[in-house]
Design a protein around this ligand. Sequence first.
Ligand SMILES: [Zn+2]
Length: 125
Amino acid sequence: MFYHCNKRFRHKDIWFLFDNEAFKDRQLYIATCPQCKKTIIQLFQTRKIDGKRFADKLITGQNADKFLIRQKYNVDYTYRSIQQKKCKISQPKGLRYGQNIQLKNGKIKRVACDFNGNKEIIEVV
Ligand SMILES: [Zn+2]
């Protein structure tokens, strides 16, 4: 959840970034403030040396846009791209099934799909 201009709102996408020298499990949450329309982003990452999870400060507006341009080449995959991948529409109502997707960095992404073609990342292991 993001909080800006006295409003709470959800992210519209998550970028899963490649590990860098010091950090792994790097997720960049991206949102647009419904009030001021600025881009709002926040980076979450885990320090390799001690496994400590960090939530960076919110970055907003032009700085956020610039940050996204710089990070574009660091993106392994995005939440949106996962959701857009097709799931079988012929699945019976209410049934969910799992999918394991092997990522380039050797991790496995576990995704739950439902009959509407909706997908949800359960975990990345
Ligand atoms: Zn705002």
